[in-house]
Structure formats: structure tokens, C-alpha cells
Design a protein around this ligand. Structure first.
Ligand SMILES: Nc1ncnc2c1ncn2[C@@H]1O[C@H](COP(=O)(O)OP(=O)(O)OP(=O)(O)O)[C@@H](O)[C@H]1O
Ligand SMILES: [Mg+2]
Length: 369
């Protein structure tokens, strides 16, 4: 008995005791509860998360159920639908990439540590979680995204919008992507001077029909050069991810990369560190880990700079092979290495949500460089 007397307000009162673990406010205040419907012996509602890649999904679901059972009725059947509306980084003057909610720069310092591999697989993992994802290959002189997605032969089409030519991105595995590799013949960009490369980057941001995107990942070239400065000057960057291997030389360069984003004139938050090639795992002995390049360097770097550690990716032959074959390993959902990328993608999405919720404390990028 008593079921019929349960009101929507009782449900909301119970749910207002459930705190979003990262945002430290309750779900009702955060307007995350929608469509509460009471039926005979049951209640249904939707929890709108800040990202579909939310690693706390199950925890939040359980807390909602527990609160209702404890505070409303222990017998009530609780049916929760999880959806997501990815939050957007707010900038004062967003004149490029207006339809992109979050722009994430993937950088390293040292070359060859796996930025492009990490970008490709994070993109796939975010897409698999249900997000709308794009990749902008900002490595003008050495683009690798077309090969990694098996799209070397593809050429973008152009649509005229309001009298202007707009480039339609290539779509592979449900991810929108643009790269110099699609726009000019191989090797022809090699002779370009810096200003031409910067102009090309601006066009890839401004003249491409990106449409609605939750996350646009920018695969940066190694180092801290013109392209990096052009990016932070001309785009609203949510934050940067620093990729490093555990090796001393890579860590030293990663520090420089990190310092560039953090310097006051640039002021792009570092969302975290990903340690790639963290350990070697042979396919036939997946339990064995060999720390070829040293152990824990990425974690150390994250701690030293007081930024989050987002995850470690093992060195496995399958990751390289999948990249060379044009189908990132994260597209093969049964792969345990794909799992490493999924975990890192969730950690990243979580940091983006926290960044967006606390951004009044994070000054938007000043375009003064
Ligand atoms: N975790 C991994 N396991 C195995 N191979 C990997 C891994 N990460 C990257 N690789 C391989 O290492 C090589 C370099 O990776 P990638 O091109 O992603 O690095 P990068 O940092 O983007 O390089 P660049 O600085 O030239 O842009 C590629 O052949 C890639 O397949
Ligand atoms: Mg690269």
C-alpha cells in the first residue's frame, strides 16, 4: 500500500540527496533528472550525464536507486534511463568552431611517442561511448591520421554555403576528420613555410563543415612551434592532453610541452597526462608486463605538475599493426588493449566535464600571444 500516494516531489526530494561525485552538487540542483513518471509499483526517470563516456555511470545509478529505496519506498521498482548532454566550454568570443562543444589538443613535446595513435583511439573510444567526435590532424608536414583510418585515397567534397566554399570532413568509423593528407598531394606541404602551415590550420578549423561535435581532438605535431601557437590563438581550446612515454628524454620534452600550455599568456588547462608504451605485453603472455622504458614516469610527471593522470597504454604489436592497417585497435571492441583506451577516454571525458563545470575558476584563453 501507499504506492499510489507517492508523488513526484518525493522522488525528487530523495534524488536531491544524491551527489554527482565530481561536481559536488546534487543531481536535482544540477538539473540532471528529467522525465520522472510514476506507475503502479514503479518509478521511471532519466539521468542526463555530462558525458556519455561517464565512468561514474553505474555508481550514480546505484546511488539513485538506494536513495529512493531508503527515503521513499523500499519496494518501489526503479527504472533509470541514462542519457547524456555533453557540456560545452564557454568562451567570451567563440567565432570559430562554434558548433564544437569541446576542443582538445593532444600534444607531446617529443616526436614518435604515440600522439596520433592515442588521438585516433581516444576518438574511437569516445565515439563508441556515444559521443559525436571529430579529429583535426594539425600535423601539417607529417599527417598520419589518413593512414591510421585507412583513408589515404579519400578526398573531401566541397559544399557552397552562403556563397562560401565549405569543406566536408571525411567520415571513417563514425568520426569526422580533416587532414592535410586529404587536401594536398603527399609531400607537397613539406616545402611550405611556417605562415602557410598556420594558415592551413586556420582553414581546417574555419572552413570545414564540422557540424555539431561533442569533442574535436587536435592531433598536434611534435614540439612547441608555430602550429601550437596558432591553435591557442585562433581556437577556443578546452584543454590539452600530454602524451609521453616513461623514458627520461620523452618526459623532459613532455615537461616543455606542458609548460607551454600553462604559461600565463597561453593559459590552456592541462586535462591530464597519458603514458603511452607504458610497458610491453606479448600477445601470447598478456599477463606479463615488461617495463622497457622505465616505470611510472607519466604518473610522476602528472604528480609533479599537479595535473590528472588519465591512464597508461601498453606497448603491443596489435596497436601498431591496427594503426598501419587503417583500423585503430579501439574499433575492435573485444581487444583488451582497446580497454586501456576506453579507460583513458572516460578519464578524459570526466576531466572535460569537471573543467566545464568549474570554468568560472579557469580563465578563458586570452588571445594575446
Ligand atoms: N602503444 C603502442 N604500442 C605499439 N605501437 C605503438 C604504440 N603507440 C604508438 N605506436 C607506434 O609507434 C609509431 C609512432 O606512433 P605515432 O605516429 O602515433 O606517434 P606520434 O607521437 O604521433 O609521432 P609524430 O611525433 O611523428 O607525430 C607508430 O608506428 C605507432 O603505430
Ligand atoms: Mg603524429
Amino acid at each position: 500500500m501507499g504506492e499510489l500516494r507517492i508523488k513526484k516531489e518525493d522522488i525528487l526530494r530523495a534524488l536531491s540527496t544524491v551527489e554527482e561525485p565530481d561536481l559536488k552538487k546534487d543531481l536535482v540542483t544540477l538539473e540532471m533528472i528529467k522525465d520522472v513518471e510514476l506507475g503502479v509499483g514503479e518509478v521511471r526517470f532519466t539521468v542526463v550525464l555530462t558525458t556519455p563516456a561517464c565512468p561514474l555511470k553505474e555508481q550514480i545509478r546505484q546511488s539513485c536507486e538506494d536513495a529512493i529505496h531508503k527515503l521513499v519506498d523500499p519496494e518501489l521498482r526503479v527504472v533509470i534511463h541514462m542519457s547524456a548532454d555533453v557540456t560545452k566550454t564557454v568562451f567570451g568570443n567563440r567565432t570559430v568552431l562554434e558548433t564544437v562543444k569541446n576542443v582538445i589538443a593532444i600534444a607531446s613535446g617529443k616526436g614518435g611517442v604515440g600522439k596520433s595513435t592515442v588521438t585516433a583511439n581516444l576518438a574511437v573510444a569516445l565515439k563508441n561511448a556515444g559521443a559525436k567526435v571529430g579529429i583535426l590532424d594539425a600535423d601539417i608536414y607529417g599527417p598520419s591520421i589518413p593512414v591510421m583510418f585507412g583513408a589515404e585515397e579519400m578526398q573531401p567534397t566541397v559544399t557552397v554555403v552562403d556563397g562560401k566554399n565549405r569543406i566536408n570532413p571525411i567520415i571513417q568509423y563514425g568520426i569526422k576528420m580533416i587532414s592535410m593528407g586529404f587536401l594536398v598531394p603527399a609531400d607537397s606541404a613539406m616545402v611550405w613555410r611556417g605562415p602557410m602551415a598556420s594558415q592551413a590550420l586556420r582553414q581546417m578549423m574555419g572552413d570545414v563543415n564540422w557540424g555539431e561535435l561533442d569533442y574535436l581532438l587536435i592531433d598536434l605535431p611534435p614540439g612547441t612551434g608555430d602550429i601550437h601557437l596558432t591553435l591557442v590563438q585562433s581556437a577556443p581550446v578546452t584543454g590539452a592532453v600530454i602524451v609521453t612515454t616513461p623514458q627520461k628524454v620523452a618526459l623532459a620534452d613532455a615537461r616543455k610541452g606542458m609548460q607551454m600550455f600553462l604559461q600565463p599568456q597561453i593559459n590552456v588547462p592541462v586535462l591530464g597526462v597519458i603514458e603511452n608504451m607504458a610497458y610491453f605485453t606479448p600477445a601470447e603472455l598478456p599477463e606479463n608486463k615488461y617495463y622497457l622504458f622505465g616505470k611510472g614516469g607519466g604518473k610522476w610527471l602528472a604528480e609533479h605538475f599537479d595535473v590528472p593522470f588519465l591512464g597508461e597504454i601498453p606497448l603491443v604489436q596489435g596497436i601498431r599493426e591496427a594503426g598501419d592497417e587503417g583500423r585503430p585497435i579501439a574499433t575492435q571492441t573485444d581487444e583488451t588493449t582497446g580497454e586501456a583506451f576506453r579507460t583513458a577516454a572516460e578519464a578524459l571525458a570526466r576531466r572535460v566535464a569537471i573543467r566545464n563545470a568549474t570554468q568560472e575558476r579557469t580563465k578563458p584563453v586570452e588571445m594575446t600571444v
